[in-house]
Design a protein around this ligand. Structure first.
Ligand SMILES: *Cc1c(COP(=O)(O)O)cnc(C)c1O
Length: 352
């Protein structure tokens, strides 16, 4: 029985993506592997609009590594960072900023209600940061933070935006004329294997991102080393890169717009189905097409619901908001409406 993953990544992959990992052993410092990595970098950039001379800088490591690389490399000792937090991943950015002793302030907003951009604008006017960090699709709840509106506010105060687009990239169109740094990873909407994370930005912005006190996480160094040597500085996850290359081909074939439409149709089907089963779902406004947070009814235990679903081939995910008894469903990955329908059927048959 196949496992349908309804967790927010790693997502289900196609058989071709899985098989792409089975290759002849190769030394990743050989030129031919450099060519493959360059094709992957260029491919990742293709799904981003706008920008000038835009590049993707790859790292071996999960998404958080690229977020930590970006924040620590971009924000220098004389800079000021504003973090807009409305979920656990915003909180994680705060932890990173603290760990690297960055000069930062936090705009704290509700984990379930849309950002109030008038308040955001007032806060940023007052604080005058030169960098703003935000999560585009907050995986904690499913809130989608409007980058278009934020970008207008940021331009007014001449600040650059660092956007964690982990769970929006490869589904939503993103634009480097609106945000300055886009961060994502291989195992979410791009539908590849876990192990690669990356930062996409205009080259001139990457070349300024050299402030990290970490050797490994230095964004500029990682970029320049690849440019000069056609190799990653440190050992890349070789097989994961091949899988990612195939996943990029598959996204090209499906088309970014059609991937969005497929996720949206799955999300709508899911939300409607959950509601008709009597579940209360969040967020109620400003939600994206990626993830849905669902209140666990009083007498329902996550553990037994998880076991029931798992036994029928569906992996559900726990909630992540303190004090709220919720579970989450992500409708990303190589899944179809049939699988969503199958899941709703399994959910309907659950006996508390
Ligand atoms: C998945 C995710 C990350 C990265 O998590 P890792 O476990 O390090 O891959 C970061 N931000 C958001 C919004 C995410 O959804």
């Amino acid at each position: 029985m196949t496992n349908v993953l309804l967790n927010p990544g790693p997502a289900n992959t196609t058989l071709n993506v899985k098989l792409a990992q089975v290759v002849e052993d190769i030394c990743p410092r050989e030129r031919e592997f450099g060519v493959t990595m360059e094709e992957v970098s260029n491919g990742l950039v293709e799904f981003v609009q706008g920008g000038v001379n835009k590049k993707a800088v790859l790292f071996g490591g999960s998404g958080t590594l690229a977020v930590e690389s970006a924040l620590s490399s971009i924000v220098g000792a004389n800079d000021k960072l504003a973090i807009i937090t409305n979920g656990a991943y915003g909180k994680r950015m705060e932890e990173i900023a603290k760990a690297h002793s960055l000069n930062f302030v936090v705009f704290q907003s509700s984990f379930l209600e849309p950002l109030d951009f008038d308040d955001v604008a007032d806060f940023l006017q007052k604080e005058q940061p030169n960098f703003i960090a935000i999560i585009h699709s907050e995986t904690t709840s499913g809130l989608l933070n409007d980058l278009h509106t934020l970008s207008k506010i940021a331009k007014n105060i001449d600040a650059k935006i660092i956007a964690d687009c982990m769970s929006s990239y490869a589904c939503y169109p993103l634009n480097l004329d609106e945000v300055d740094f886009i961060i994502a990873s291989s195992n979410k909407n791009i539908q590849a294997i876990a192990g690669v994370s990356f930062v996409i930005a205009n080259e001139d912005n990457i070349l300024k991102a050299s402030h990290s006190k970490s050797l490994y996480l230095n964004l500029k160094a990682q970029y320049e080393y690849f440019k000069a040597h056609f190799q990653m500085r440190f050992t890349p996850p070789v097989q994961t890169i091949y899988a990612l290359k195939t996943a990029i081909d598959e996204l090209r074939a499906e088309g970014l717009n059609m991937r969005f439409e497929r996720y949206k149709a799955n999300n709508t089907l899911l939300r409607e189905g959950l509601k008709s089963l009597g579940f209360e779902i969040f967020p109620k406004r400003s939600f994206g097409v990626i993830i849905t947070a669902i209140t666990l009814p009083n007498n329902m235990s996550f553990e037994s619901l998880h076991t029931h679903c798992k036994n029928h081939g569906y992996t559900i995910y726990p909630g992540k908001i303190d004090g709220l008894n919720m579970f989450r469903i992500a409708n990303i990955g190589a899944i179809t409406q049939n699988e969503i329908r199958g899941f709703l059927e399994v959910l309907r048959n659950f006996e508390k």
